[in-house]
Write a protein that binds this ligand. Structure first.
Ligand code: GDP
Length: 296
């Protein structure tokens, strides 16, 4: 994760800290290299531009350049700006509502949505001692319903019994009712994934949202798809009002462009990251830790 970018940024910033005095031109030259490194990491152009503008505005001030350790100051400014770009504070899944709290899981097919649903269910069960009910709304793909049932069993979380012939909204309503009667704290609704963002998918998910009033709408996106993941998030957010993002396959993402651009472009926080195929390969996303990791 972020390895290439981390190597480059550390190199650029180290060369600044090694020098005693800095000129405005030194800082500008370093920022040009920072800009190139971010673009190579597939960070969205608008995000790169705003990032370097903000760092420049703070770093070329007379106070920084004339300070005892100007290089260190620039490094701190870059760090702070990275944290701001990533979203400042870590955000967690919000369950602060009357139970059963509905969580709507949305995303493209293959993004890792069903696996992530099971991972989150396991986390809420094991760490927060919540009683969770899982329901698949993928009426067109019986295999997807089966997959959730299998994963649910694997992580020790109940799944709503499958009833053939029901619509997504009917299943969602049945899930909420079963959760009420069964004393569940959380209902996770795994919506149907499609290969692309399409109108039918959005309409169906919007109907489910209206019927269940979810407290969280989590968009699952594949980090390996880079800026496509960011664009997907924006499209889902416009139609469904996303409350948070789960970025999967971070274990295989050497560049980091989706993770680095997501917050700045969509305004929505990355709440969790998927770091492997196993059901416990799910981590919180801490902007300050990520920034420190990137700067080595
Ligand atoms: P869905 O179509 O969006 O529901 O996707 P699935 O949940 O079926 O996941 C598709 C594939 O991606 C499966 O083989 C998962 O094991 C894998 N997968 C999901 N999340 C991650 C992750 O964070 N890292 C890796 N390496 N694989 C993942």
């Amino acid at each position: 994760m972020f390895d290439g970018l981390s190597d480059k940024l550390s190199g650029i910033l180290n060369s600044l800290t090694r020098r005693g005095a800095l000129t405005e031109e030194d800082v500008n030259a370093a920022l040009r290299e920072v800009r190139r490194a971010l673009l190579e990491a597939d960070v969205a152009l608008e995000v790169v531009r705003s990032f370097t503008d903000k760092v420049r505005a703070r770093a070329v001030g007379a106070e920084v350049i004339k300070s005892v350790s100007p290089g260190q100051q620039v490094v701190k400014i870059v760090h702070d700006q990275l944290v701001e770009m990533l979203g400042a504070d870590a955000e967690v899944i919000d369950l602060n509502a009357a139970p059963p709290v509905a969580i709507l899981m949305v995303g493209l097919q293959g993004s890792g949505k069903t696996t992530t649903t099971a991972k989150i269910a396991k986390r809420l069960t094991d760490r927060e001692k919540r009683k969770v009910l899982l329901a698949s709304l993928d009426t067109r793909r019986p295999a997807a319903m089966e997959q959730l049932a299998v994963l649910g069993k694997q992580v020790g979380v109940d799944t709503l019994p499958i009833v053939a012939g029901q619509s997504a909204v009917q299943i969602a309503r049945r899930a909420m009712e079963a959760a009420r009667l069964g004393g569940y704290d959380v209902v996770m609704l795994d919506t149907a994934g499609r290969v692309t963002v399409d109108e039918g998918l959005m309409l169906e998910a919007a109907e489910v949202k209206a019927a269940t009033d979810p407290h969280e709408v989590l968009l699952v996106a594949d980090a390996l798809t880079g800026q496509d993941a960011v664009n997907t998030a924006r499209a889902f957010d416009q139609r469904l009002g996303v409350t948070g993002i789960v970025l999967t396959r971070m274990d295989g993402d050497a560049r980091g462009g989706a993770a680095l651009s997501m917050r700045a472009v969509t305004g929505k926080p990355i709440k969790l990251i998927g770091t492997g195929e196993k059901v416990d390969a799910l981590e919180e996303f801490h902007p300050s830790r990520v920034a420190s990791r990137i700067l080595g």
